[in-house]
Structure formats: structure tokens, C-alpha cells
Design a protein around this ligand. Structure first.
Ligand code: NAD
Length: 500
């Protein structure tokens, strides 16, 4: 069988990799290899860095308004090609077409935010910080930036990074997940069509070798990463060791707290989408329900009833609610977690193991799975499963629920379902998590706010997109100015200058 080997995207053109290594890309719904991707060599990555470095001075000096106009054109092209990008994401990832189209839309919204570059890059100015002295600040680009992205959002997560970075005047190298590289390569073509100068945006699919080359190279100034916690920690430590600024977003274990006063049908519907959408392969998926007081029996019954109605199948088929997971290895890992939950004494309410999809016997499917009476010692609680497995823990009080969430090392997202404003307000104030939903199951902030977790879900200081993204991709320079009159020019002192 021979399948197409994808190119790299360097300096505004398709570029053949010099690597001898390739990876198979699967259609997870059929289990077939649909194309291959080169695993970029050190020389490939160095070519991309050289192109990005050469393009930097011209792009830095391009006015923010001109950069913004190119991004406006890119946004139009993304809208025209939204269905095509969704199809590529669905084909390589497995998620449904509607879900993929929604995630492309969330990426487009970051481009919309970045189009505001002329406004976003305005510094501050203060007159008379001292007598006859003014001060202003500039937000200047950092140089060549790199992004390393996970498999679960082939278009959206790269768009959390590069539109803001480019809008700020940087050049960019994207190292997408080797499992889903096609959307990134296509976006390279669309950026060129929008008028982006060659070398400003480059794509080098690859694995650890490509990543390590980016992390160590002196010409790369900033690293953005999204992926699992152990790799995020490695990226943070290694890039910081090499003197780069880093934002490294990691894994998650997102809890939804269900209070006895919640509207339970609304809550169960919301948790369904949050737990099983994209087969649970979302960093903001709700994987853990904390049922407070006497609400557990009712909410578990409602979740079971809904989970068992979900239609599992290929993501491109109408009427399918949930597609396959990314690979056979990941399916086996998820099934292993379900086995461990049973072995450790959790109550398996709905079992997704062994699900069969007619005509897709070789696809990587796991059905919706629901566990009740899980405890915090069980592996299905302590580890991120990243699949369609929802677990329910039972606690007596809101205090216990808050303590449980705050004791968990992950802190990406969380939600509470309640009809009490006082409860919601207390939750918002005390919960130690980066993104919080009040009766909102997947509280992904809009592009003009910033996206990021706390604790083991983020290594680094600044979140992605929104103003935190602008600050990550710029360096602040403060300029203090005096235009002395001739009579004032003679004084000299060795003391620390004070103004005023
Ligand atoms: P991953 O950590 O395996 O891979 C992420 C990226 O790192 C990929 O580009 C991969 O090629 C690269 N990589 C993998 N191993 C590496 C190594 N040893 N050295 C250097 N680079 C390496 O993650 P994944 O499986 O692609 O994605 C799923 C994970 O991403 C989940 O843990 C999920 O929670 C997380 N995620 C987090 C967020 C967030 O915003 N916090 C968003 C999406 C996904």
C-alpha cells in the first residue's frame, strides 16, 4: 500500500523533508493508514528556524495595521474553508464534523482578536512623571517563536498561539502533533494566500527530536506548548534552562460539582456534552462529577439514561454523537483504566468496553462509560484518562467538594451546578482552578479573555490568547524622556535620580 507523504511548510512553500523517518496517520474510524507525515530532522527544523529568523526584521517593521489586514484576509479564508478544515480535523482525529467545525470557529475567534493588533500593541504613556519628564512604554516582538501542539484540537490549539504571535510582529514555527498535521499545513497555505510574507509562519511536523531542536536553539526566543502534564513540565524546564520564555499547558481532571438545588435535567444534559463530546478527548472535558448531599442517585440515573442513548460511530456520519478515540493504543489504555476501576471496586454503571460499530470493525471505538461510587484513591480518579469515561464521587457537603477539587493536582477547569447565588459566589472565590463555570459545563474563555489552568495544568506564568497572550509574545520597553531647557542642562549628581 502506498500513501501520500506530507511535506513540511518552510519559507512559504511545501518543502520535502530530509528526514528518513515517517509516522503513519490513521483514520481512527476505520483504523486505516490514510497518509504519512515526515518526522522532521534537526536539519529540517534548523531550516525553518533560519527562514523565520530571516523573515523577522521585515515582519517586525511591518506596521501593526498591515499585519492586521493580512490576518483579516486570513480570517475570511478560514471562514471560506471552515468545512474543509473541519473535515481534515475529523478525518485525522475522529471527532464529529459538527464538533470539529465548532472548534475551528473557536480558533477563528482568536484570529478576530489578533486583528485588533494596532490597538492591542499600544503601550502606556504618562506625562510629567517628574518635572519636565515623560514616560512611555512599548510592546515589542520577541523574535522567532515556536508552538508545540497536541492531537486533540488540530486547528484550534495552533490558533491559540500563532495569530497572536504573528500579530505582535514575531515569526513562528509550528510543530503540530504528528497524529494530526494536515490542518496546520493547510493553514500555512491559507496564510500565504492572505499575503503573509514567506518565512513568517512555518510548519515542521515531527516528534521529540524536532521539539528538542526548538527547545535548545538559541534563535528561538519563546515556546508555547499544549499537551500532557509530564511533557509540559519537561518543555518548561528545558526551554527555561535554555533562557527562553515558556508557557506550557498540561493535562486536566475537571470536576463538576452538582448541588442538591441544581436543575437536574439541565445539569445532566450539560454534563453529557462535556463528558462525552469529542470522546472525552478535550482538556476541558468534565471527567469527574462530585455529587453533593442526596443528589447522587438521581443524577447518576439521569446520566446513565442519557449515556446509553448516545450514538457511537464515524465522525462524518449524520446522527453520530461520539466518534472513535485517536489510536488503538489509546483505546487499549482507556479500556485498561475501565478494568482498573472495576478491579478497585467502583460501581460500573455503563460499560463502553467492546462496543462494535457495524462496518467499522477496525475503528478505535470505546463507548460511553459511567462509574459511580468512585473514591479519591482509585486510579480512575488519580489519573487523566482522556477518553469517554465519566466517574461520580459522592460527598456530603460543599466544603468537602471544594476540598476535593483543591487537593487535586490538576487545575484546568471546573464547574458547579446550583441555583444558589451564594453557593456559586463562594465556589468562584475559593476554588483553586484557572477556568470556572457556574452552570456552564465547559467554561472555555472567549478569545478576548485568556485560556489557561493553574497548578499541574500550566507551567509558566501567562495564559494563551487575550491580553496575556499579547504580553507573552512581546517584551515591554519603558522610555523616560526629558527635553531640558538650556538653563537646566548644567546640574550633575552621582545620587540615585528621583523625579518629582
Ligand atoms: P502529548 O503531551 O503526548 O503531546 C503534545 C505534543 O508534545 C505533541 O506535539 C507531541 O509530538 C510532543 N511530544 C510528545 N512526547 C514528547 C517528548 N517526549 N518530548 C518532546 N515532545 C513530545 O499530548 P497529546 O497526547 O498530543 O494530547 C493530549 C494531552 O494534551 C492531554 O493530557 C490533554 O489534557 C492535554 N491538553 C491540554 C490542553 C490545555 O489547554 N491545558 C489542551 C489540549 C490538550
Amino acid at each position: 500500500m502506498s500513501v501520500k507523504v506530507l511535506p513540511l511548510w518552510i519559507n512559504g512553500q511545501h518543502t520535502k523533508s530530509r528526514s528518513t523517518r515517517v509516522a503513519d496517520i490513521f483514520n481512527p474510524a476505520t483504523g486505516e493508514v490514510i497518509r504519512q507525515v515526515p518526522l522532521a530532522s534537526t536539519a529540517d527544523v534548523e531550516r525553518a528556524i533560519a527562514a523565520a529568523k530571516a523573515a523577522f526584521p521585515g515582519w517586525r517593521d511591518t506596521t501593526p495595521l498591515r499585519r492586521s489586514r493580512i490576518l483579516s484576509k486570513f480570517k475570511e479564508l478560514l471562514e471560506t474553508h471552515r468545512a474543509e478544515l473541519a473535515q481534515l480535523a475529523s478525518e485525522e482525529h475522529g471527532k464529529t464534523l459538527e464538533d470539529a467545525a465548532g472548534s475551528v470557529q473557536r480558533g477563528i475567534e482568536v484570529v478576530e482578536f489578533a486583528i485588533g493588533a494596532p490597538h492591542l500593541l499600544k503601550g502606556e504613556h504618562a506625562e510629567n512623571v517628574g518635572r519636565g519628564v515623560d514616560c512611555h512604554s512599548l510592546l515589542q516582538p520577541v523574535g522567532v517563536c515556536a508552538g508545540i501542539t497536541p492531537f486533540n484540537f488540530p486547528a484550534m490549539v495552533p490558533m491559540w498561539m500563532f495569530p497572536v504571535s504573528i500579530a505582535c510582529g514575531n515569526t513562528f514555527i509550528l510543530k503540530p502533533s504528528e497524529k494530526v498535521p494536515s490542518c496546520s499545513l493547510r493553514m500555512g497555505e491559507l496564510l500565504k494566500e492572505a499575503g503573509l510574507p514567506d518565512g513568517v509562519f512555518n510548519v515542521v511536523p515531527g516528534d521529540k527530536l524536532a521539539v528538542d531542536t526548538l527547545l535548545a536553539h538559541p534563535d528561538v526566543r519563546a515556546i508555547s506548548f499544549v499537551g500532557s502534564t509530564p511533557i509540559a513540565k519537561y518543555i518548561y524546564e528545558t526551554a527555561a534552562h535554555h533562557g527562553k520564555r515558556v508557557q506550557a499547558l498540561g493535562g486536566a481532571k475537571n470536576h463538576a460539582i452538582v448541588m442538591p438545588d441544581a436543575e437536574l435535567d439541565f445539569t445532566a444534559d450539560a454534563i453529557m456534552g462535556a463528558a462525552y463530546g469529542s470522546a472525552g478527548e478535550r482538556c476541558m472535558a468534565i471527567s469527574t462529577v462530585v455529587a453533593v448531599g442526596g443528589v447522587a442517585d438521581v443524577i447518576v440515573a439521569k446520566l446513565k439514561q442519557r449515556a446509553e442513548k448516545l450514538v457511537v460511530g464515524p465522525g462524518n456520519k449524520k446522527g453520530v454523537d461520539m466518534g472513535p478515540v485517536i489510536s488503538s493504543a489509546h483505546r487499549d489504555k482507556i479500556v485498561g483504566y475501565i478494568d482498573s476501576g472495576v478491579a478497585q471496586g467502583a460501581n460500573l454503571v455503563t460499560d463502553g468496553r467492546g462496543v462494535k460499530v457495524a462496518g467499522h470493525e477496525k475503528g478505535f471505538f470505546v463507548g460511553p462509560t459511567l462509574f459511580d461510587k468512585v473514591t479519591t484513591e482509585m486510579t480512575i480518579y488519580t489519573e487523566e484518562i482522556f477518553g469517554p469515561v465519566l466517574i461520580v464521587l459522592r460527598v456530603k457537603t460543599l466544603d468537602e467538594a471544594i476540598t476535593m477539587v483543591n487537593n487535586n493536582p490538576y487545575a484546568n477547569g471546573t464547574a458547579i451546578f446550583t441555583s444558589s447565588g451564594a453557593v456559586a459566589r463562594r465556589f468562584e472565590n475559593e476554588i483553586e482552578v484557572g477556568m470556572v463555570g457556574i452552570n456552564v459545563p465547559v467554561p472555555v474563555p472567549m478569545a478576548f479573555f485568556s485560556f489557561g489552568g493553574w497548578k499541574s495544568s500550566l507551567f509558566g506564568d501567562l495564559h494563551m490568547h487575550g491580553m496575556e497572550g499579547v504580553y507573552f509574545y512581546t517584551r515591554t520597553k519603558a522610555i523616560t524622556t526629558r527635553w531640558p531647557e538650556v538653563a537646566e542642562r548644567s546640574s550633575s549628581t552621582l545620587n540615585m535620580p528621583t523625579l518629582g
